[in-house]
Design a binder for this molecule. Sequence first.
Ligand SMILES: Cc1cc2nc3c(=O)[nH]c(=O)nc-3n(C[C@H](O)[C@H](O)[C@H](O)COP(=O)(O)O)c2cc1C
Length: 184
Amino acid sequence: MSAVAPTGRERRFEPSELLVSKTDPKGRITYANDVFVRVSGYTLPEIIGQPHNLIRHPQMPRGVFRLLWDSIGRGEEIFAFINNLAKNGDHYWVLAHVTPTRDRAGKIIGFHSNRRVPEPAAMTRVLPLYQRMLDEEKRHRKASEAADASARLLADTLTEQHLTYDQYIWSLIDPSTASRAEVA
Ligand SMILES: Cc1cc2nc3c(=O)[nH]c(=O)nc-3n(C[C@H](O)[C@H](O)[C@H](O)COP(=O)(O)O)c2cc1C
């Protein structure tokens, strides 16, 4: 993980731009497009071969990544709002879509992700939920227990609202797809 301290400055990119990366099955980066490289602030050689947590922001709930890895490990795709850390400590929020890549036999041989600018309205709704997850994580000393607890909090919160995670995310991406998404 990057040891750089967050600056609190937000880095922006265009709504027309996609930040693309690919990884091996363990999450080590095998490909990054020009936009990913530019926004991350790293050079391509600094990125290739690194674990994807190179750009992990310390204020991202562990429970989100727990859900991400559980989903793609099962061979499912996932959308998630992720705060990323640039090399100099600036941050940039993305709406990430992560998908497994399979060989002809159906075996997962890596993962692919593209990221775009999230809608400000979606961010306003997701941030209080992430804060609750972070608060829950602070109650646990072990990272794995913190991830378990916050993933459980996310699952319980959605269950109370009678929403699956996908329904919740889609209600944020496109509010016309769901009537209720006041989860926070
Ligand atoms: C294809 C793919 C894309 C990923 N994209 C990101 C990303 O944009 N930002 C991020 O912090 N983690 C991303 N991850 C998750 C990281 O592998 C890692 O789980 C996360 O940064 C949390 O790091 P930690 O498990 O060391 O706490 C991605 C993983 C995969 C497989």
